[in-house]
Design a protein around this ligand. Structure first.
Ligand SMILES: [Zn+2]
Length: 258
């Protein structure tokens, strides 16, 4: 078996029989190696998921891969969605997302919807939490997870749009998938068993919630998110603390039952 290489900027890499990835060269602390743009193809149908952000030749490379029937977005964060409208115009395809503001010449996606394109049969699973408009896309044997589950580490709950209670529900939904369904994330390498990873995420969230409860006991009820971060995320590089603060806000909201 050949070892997977991720990243491989600018080279289309086939991951499953129907899903290939083109990794955008936009790495940073939030995008990990960069944005994964997924190209789904079967029976003459072609769907591009998350065309990425503007500012380089990424959509030129995507457009050069051939005709596109449909563009889908896993959520509206700019590193996934910014290039969508321009790319869609280039390849003359509609754009669909959960949030109407990203749709071009098409309706918003709904939970449980099946999208037939060529021999592709894509099932929409709304999985709010990372953002309110986050969703996953199920194809045979795999699930595109956007930023709901990443290929490495954990994701953030982007408070106030992202919320912890729906995020935990979404993780439970993914944890209930059959064993061995491959996770195709928005950032980082693919995952061999997305349900198993979802269960790890749930354990991690519960552990963090316990830590936040303990921190609140220690600092008192007037604790700021920053104070909680300094106690609870001491193991995380300080450069990630602003992102952690968003998650702590989401956790404080959750604990206060708002
Ligand atoms: Zn995101």
């Amino acid at each position: 078996m050949t070892e997977l290489t991720h990243p491989a900027y600018g080279e289309l890499r086939q991951v499953t029989p129907t899903a290939a990835v083109l990794l955008q060269n936009n790495p940073n602390m939030m995008t990990l190696d960069g944005t994964n743009t997924w190209i789904l193809r079967a029976g003459g149908g072609s769907v591009v998921v998350d065309p990425g952000q503007l500012g380089d030749d990424h959509i030129d490379r995507l457009a050069a891969l051939g005709p596109v029937d449909l563009v889908l977005l896993t959520h509206g964060h700019f590193d996934h969605s910014q290039a969508a409208a321009e790319f869609a115009q280039r390849v003359q395809a509609p754009v669909r997302a959960q949030d109407d503001q990203w749709c071009v010449d098409a309706e918003p996606l709904t939970d449980g919807e099946r999208i037939p394109v060529g021999d592709l049969d894509i099932e929409v699973l709304l999985t709010p939490g990372h953002t309110s408009d986050s969703l996953c896309l199920r194809i045979d044997g795999a699930v595109l997870t956007g930023d709901t589950i990443l290929g490495r580490g954990t994701t953030i709950v982007a408070h106030p749009d992202g919320r912890l209670a729906p995020y935990l529900d979404s993780l439970h939904r993914l944890a209930a998938l059959p064993e061995g369904v491959i996770g195709l994330p928005g950032h980082g390498p693919e995952l061999p068993d997305v349900a198993g990873t979802a269960r790890q995420y749930l354990e991690h969230r519960q552990a963090r919630l316990e830590q936040v409860r303990t921190a609140l006991d220690k600092i008192g009820p007037t604790a700021t998110a920053r104070e909680v971060v300094e106690l609870v995320y001491a193991d995380v590089p300080e450069i990630l603390w602003p992102a952690a603060e968003l998650s702590v806000h989401a956790q404080l909201d959750y604990l206060q039952g708002r």
